[in-house]
Ligand binder design. Structure first.
Ligand code: RAM
Length: 491
């Protein structure tokens, strides 16, 4: 791995402190007794991230056998009825927020060592003995976030639905704001490049923790893959270490995230210092093109995320993402007065755009992806964001997708964020607002306190992991409404 200690020190000095708060369940429960086989569900009333302490005593005879308990933490109530033993997916079951504990001596105070993301806690007495009942005396959580609630930008708009969507989006972001911007506090609890970019955008409009974004950019630039590629994600503990996962799109999106940060903060020093890292991502991505100027097909490209639709071919979306990030690099180079570099990048952009227009489009104007010429929403959206088509032509392209039921759909709020962005970029603000209402509003209508990692209204039980029990229901890449409502739809 390529480490830049100076960058890492700079990041460490900027990382935020955590705010702690004690919270208690809203459910009346103090003194409730449980017999073997009984359970109690506690509702904390909102989503929290934190550490939990439980106090138990007993009634009846002196306990002559341990209390054997199962504790289940859930972000949504529906998780409580899922059975961990039935999950055989490809992501570790270690993420499931469930413990079994034995208490040998009562009364007892148990502080659980893990940090949980939850609104609900279910306590189930798997077994006691018939000579005593377990008494739940007190349950409390010490919650953590680095977001400063007092600094949150209000959103007043005389539209209760939009206000609620905004509040849920801000809560999502708040819960994911820990020492770094985590993707989700339930899973994977770390700094992912693609997630960071969208969190940063929402943060600029809400909590405005600019230094935290800066710290994250320095972290990602401070520990890259050996060839200088920004890793897909990074671990903080036990020490800072880039993950060995490489993604075509996430490396490139570093450029866009730096551009966004600089255009909001005008922090020229950071732009200058991180420019070589940004430029390197473009250079590395160039190796993924064939001699026609088209990104290699999905089977040779390596991992390019785009969305959790597992059928998606990534070639055309990757081309659009590349165009988008080269545009961001041009903006950065121009802002830094690097005229020659900006010029070279403009030529590169023009060449790859021309290739996209001549090689990937069909006669209806759709961009098709891969050998099987797949039609997808993701391909059109990223080509619009990449500027391959603009204005009315772009708006027409996005609108005509609606009449194509076989086009591969979007399944994550991450991808739908980019759809909303594309609509706004071609002047379709009303449609963008309608998408915010129907998609994010859809989660609110399903009872969301925080927005989810994945939401496919056509298939609410969808999971890319082989089971919803490991899905995250507070996932920061879904906090788009905090950004779009505040930036474009203030009434
Ligand atoms: C999920 C992570 C993260 C995302 C990656 C690609 O597993 O939680 O949000 O960036 O996938």
């Amino acid at each position: 791995m390529a480490r830049n200690e100076e960058f890492l020190e700079k990041a460490a000095a900027l990382l935020p402190k955590l705010h702690h708060m004690r919270v208690f369940p809203l459910t009346p429960y103090r003194g409730r007794t449980l017999k073997a086989g009984e359970s109690l569900c506690l509702d904390f009333g909102d989503h929290y991230v934190g550490y939990v302490t439980l106090k138990f005593s007993y009634t009846g005879s002196h306990p002559d056998a341990p209390a054997w308990l199962r504790l289940k933490f859930a972000e949504r109530a529906c998780e409580l009825s899922e059975n961990a033993a039935e999950y055989h997916g490809w992501i570790s079951r270690g993420w499931i927020q469930q413990e079994e504990i034995h208490i040998d001596v009562l009364p007892a105070e148990i502080s659980l060592p893990r940090r949980y993301a939850f609104r609900y806690l279910q306590i189930e007495a798997l077994d006691l003995s018939s000579k005593y009942d377990l008494t739940v005396e007190c349950v409390e959580a010490e919650t953590v976030t680095s977001a400063d609630d007092g600094g949150l930008a209000p959103y007043a708009c005389r539209d209760a639905e939009l206000e609620r969507i905004y509040a849920v989006a801000c809560r999502t972001l708040r819960e994911c704001m820990q020492t770094v911007f985590e993707d989700g506090p339930k899973r994977d609890r770390r700094l992912w490049m693609g997630d960071l970019r969208l969190q940063a955008l929402a943060n600029y409009e809400t909590y405005k923790s600019y230094d935290m974004v800066k710290a994250c950019l320095y972290l990602l630039a401070g520990d890259t893959l050996p060839d200088g590629a920004v890793g897909a994600c990074l671990f903080l503990e036990p020490q800072i270490e880039v993950d060995d996962t490489r993604m075509f799109d996430y490396s490139l999106l570093f450029v866009a995230a730096l551009r966004d940060y600089v255009s909001v903060t005008h922090d020229g020093d950071t732009a200058r210092e991180l420019w070589p890292t940004a430029k390197r991502q473009i250079e590395l991505a160039k190796a993924s093109f064939d001699d026609r100027g088209i990104v290699r097909d999905s089977d040779r490209l390596g991992w390019c995320f785009v969305d959790w639709n597992l059928r998606l071919n990534k070639q055309a979306p990757a081309q659009g993402i590349y165009l988008y990030c080269v545009q961001a690099a041009i903006e950065l180079a121009s802002a830094l007065g690097l005229t020659d570099e900006a010029q070279t990048l403009r030529a590169e952009y023009a060449e790859k755009k021309k290739a996209a227009l001549s090689r990937l489009r069909d006669d209806r104007g759709f961009f098709l992806s891969g050998e099987a010429k797949q039609l997808s929403w993701a391909s059109q959206i990223w080509m619009v964001l990449g500027g391959a088509v603009e204005g009315e032509e772009a708006a027409g392209l996005l609108a005509s997708l609606e009449a194509e039921p076989t086009a591969e759909k979007m399944v994550t709020p991450y991808m739908v964020h980019h759809y909303v962005d594309a609509l706004i970029s071609c002047g379709r603000e009303e449609k963008a607002l309608a998408v915010l209402r129907s998609y994010w509003g859809g989660m609110v209508r399903e009872g969301a306190d925080t927005f989810w990692e994945l939401w496919n209204p056509d298939d609410p039980g969808e999971s890319p992991y082989g089971g919803t029990i490991v899905n995250s229901y507070c996932h920061a890449w879904s906090c788009a409404p905090a950004y779009f409502l505040q930036k474009y739809f203030r009434k």
